[in-house]
Design a protein around this ligand. Structure first.
Ligand code: HEM
Length: 435
């Protein structure tokens, strides 16, 4: 855009309590407070500048249209220049110290920009497309049936998160990655620690008041565990290739050279972690919403044709990935405001998915919402690689579970995890009748 047409107005600063709420993990565990916070931002200062002690200022991109705009302009808004999730100054400095200058402890697709991003994404893209995934349908259905049977065996009461939602997507992605079942508890713990680092119930330190140095070191320790584990898998798949994703990664070539060890490890980390916690959250979020909305439960039970709608709506409803960051690479304009090179943008998918300008009655859970243009998988070059897999897994589980689930109600207080990055239900006690 030419200088002459550049808007003069810079984003205005948000009230300190609102800015603080947007990055407070506890707020993410209280849906009403979270919704009110972002509804205020969308109505009053939709591209507000957040100034929070200890953090570099950042802009909260709260409107659906602005999130789309940023996400599809990958040259103008980079992923890799700074931390891709909100990080305070101390933690970013520590990451740079540990890595010798990079703000990233791993280098996955998420931390890459062109030209590398495309090259690395191309390695596995075809594997995750519907055409290839179709051959997994029967096996995934078998796994789903096993979980539904397990639920029936539990005798009418369980914590749906612990008994089904956590382990079903974990099992699927671990089979896809070639990790044996015996190692799944270890993988689950590692992911929870990585994503749930701010939830006192889920992290290693058992305290919310982690100093940032401790937090970064905790993540570093978790990553080291991952790396050691996957190094053995790489060696095995190079020696004996199979048809799993681990084989594709281990034998991947970038610019006609074998993928480096660090980048291969990072690839496993993103597939292993992004591949289940998110899907677990939206699976549990779906059942939570169905218990809360018996009419929707009755409708989708009566009409299995609504299951794909249930899947999409529960992903919008839960929005398991709460945000990603982008950095402006040049001066530009967004939502009528002037963006300057170096501005750090907080893409709030949580907010975009409740935007009144796009969703009719956004705070209602509707299995027949159509269209459902949610942003939970991001958009543009980084659009979720696993979206078809996630949707397929959820569809199959509901196809298997709903016909057998006669009634369901809460058997205790459900709870959400305290997480500003990836989170969802961490507890969902239910009482039910099954055939
Ligand atoms: C409901 C479940 C899921 C949700 C809500 C979700 C959400 C997201 C989001 C928001 C992004 C980032 C987009 C961006 O930066 O613009 C992403 C990227 C990614 N997701 Fe997912 N995801 C889910 C399931 C999965 C699964 C099952 C996999 C398994 C492979 C997966 C693998 C990835 C990968 C590899 C990326 C990085 C893509 C890139 O940067 O090019 N995700 N996902």
């Amino acid at each position: 855009m030419s200088l002459a047409t550049r808007p003069e107005t810079r984003p205005e600063t948000l009230p300190p309590d609102i800015a603080a709420a947007t990055i407070d993990p506890r707020v993410y565990a209280e849906p009403k407070r979270l919704d009110e916070t972002f509804a205020w931002i969308r109505a009053n200062n939709p591209l507000g500048r957040a100034e929070v002690e200890g953090y570099d200022p950042f802009l909260i991109v709260s409107r659906h249209a602005d999130i789309l705009e940023v996400s599809r302009n990958n040259a103008l808004f980079h992923n890799g220049d700074r931390s891709t999730t909100l990080t305070n100054r101390e933690a970013e400095a520590l990451a740079r110290k540990l890595t010798g200058g990079s703000p990233h402890l791993v280098r996955t697709l998420v931390q890459m920009d062109a030209p590398d991003h495309l090259k690395y994404r191309a390695l596995t893209q075809a594997w995750f497309m519907p055409q290839n995934l179709r051959r997994l349908e029967a096996r995934i259905r078998e796994i789903a049936r096993g979980f539904v049977d397990r639920m029936a065996d539990l005798g009418g009461e369980c914590d749906f998160v612990a008994s089904v939602a956590l382990h079903y997507p974990l099992h699927v992605i671990m089979e896809i990655l070639g990790v044996p079942e015996a190692d799944e508890p270890r993988m689950l713990r590692l992911t929870q620690e990585l994503f749930g680092a701010t939830d006192p119930e889920l992290n290693r330190g058992k305290t919310l008041d982690l100093s940032t140095e401790e937090a970064v070191q905790q993540i570093q320790a978790v990553l080291t565990d991952f790396f050691v584990y996957f190094d053995a898998i790489t060696q095995a798949r190079r020696a004996h290739p199979t048809d799993d994703v681990a084989t594709v990664i281990a034998n991947g070539q970038i610019d006609a050279q074998p993928i480096s060890q660090f980048e291969a490890m990072s690839y496993y980390v993103i597939v292993a972690t992004a591949g289940h916690d998110t899907t677990s959250s939206s699976t549990a979020g779906a059942l939570w919403a169905l218990v809360d909305n018996p009419r929707e439960f009755a409708r989708v039970k009566a009409d299995p044709g609504l299951i794909p709608g249930l899947v999409d709506e529960s992903i919008r409803w839960t929005t398991p990935v709460k945000h990603f960051m982008r950095t402006a690479t040049a001066d530009t304009e967004l939502g009528g405001k002037r963006i300057e090179k170096g501005d750090w943008l907080f893409l709030s998918y949580v907010s975009g998915n409740r935007d009144e300008a796009v969703f009719e009655d956004p705070f209602a859970f509707r299995v027949d919402r159509s269209p459902n243009r949610h942003l939970a998988f991001g958009y543009g070059a980084h659009l979720c690689l696993g979206q078809h897999l996630a949707k397929m897994e959820m569809r199959i589980l509901w196809e298997e579970l709903l016909p057998r689930l006669q009634s369901v109600e809460f058997a205790g207080e459900p709870a959400l995890s305290q997480a500003v990055f990836v989170g969802g239900p961490k507890r969902l006690p239910i009482r039910y009748r099954m055939t």
